[in-house]
Design a protein around this ligand. Structure first.
Ligand code: URA
Length: 197
């Protein structure tokens, strides 16, 4: 990642660490800003207990599954995937963040997108779908269908936590990953390699 992008992300992170735009910061241990490298941009819902403890996104059970799903498509947070959440602070008892909390935090996510300028974004679950695209559709309807906004291609899919609850949904997510890899080759890197597709 270029020095300039790194510096911009560091600057933004400093700002986000002091944010009090909603009440979530008062009830969590730390802000989970996001991590990774330019390439694919992945958006989840918000930190859970493990993420709140470690200050990193997707490091619990859902995160381990996410890493496997991304690896199947040739993506990795150490090389070509950046992972962030709609809300940067853990909601109490892992409840779904409210529309107000999502709206309060959205400028931070938009600033991350501005800096990293991804061409392809993977949206994990209904919270990301609704907060980022303002889609009226449920995730079951919207998943697997590309939506283009301001030159960015967004692909909604099921959240890995939903796959842990209902593994039958893995079939659809696998289709989505194949679809994602094809689009990534088309618009980002024709030479992108992945172990399975
Ligand atoms: N679930 C999310 O949506 N984000 C995380 O960082 C972890 C679990």
């Amino acid at each position: 990642m270029s020095q300039e992008i790194m510096a911009q992300l560091e600057e933004l992170e400093k700002e986000v660490l002091t944010c009090r735009r909603c009440g979530l910061r008062a009830g969590c241990q730390q802000v989970v800003f996001g991590e990774g490298r330019p390439g694919l941009f992945v958006i989840g819902e918000g930190p859970g207990a493990d993420e709140d403890r470690l200050g990193r996104p997707f490091v619990g059970a859902a995160g381990q599954l996410l890493d496997k799903i991304l690896a199947a498509g040739g993506f990795d947070r150490k090389t070509n995937a950046y992972i962030a959440n709609v809300v940067k602070c853990r909601p109490p008892a892992n409840r779904i963040p409210t529309a107000q909390e999502c709206a309060a935090c959205l400028p931070h996510l938009k600033a991350q997108l501005e800096i990293l300028k991804p061409k392809i974004v993977l949206l994990l679950g209904a919270t990301a779908l609704h907060a980022v695209l303002q889609s009226p559709l449920g995730i079951t309807r919207a998943r697997g269908i590309w939506q283009e906004q301001d030159g960015i291609y967004f692909l909604p899919t099921f959240h890995p936590a939903a796959l842990l609850r209902d593994p039958r949904r893995k079939v659809e997510v696998w289709q989505d990953i194949q679809n994602l890899v094809a689009k990534y080759r088309e618009v980002v890197d024709p030479g992108h390699t992945s172990p399975f597709c």
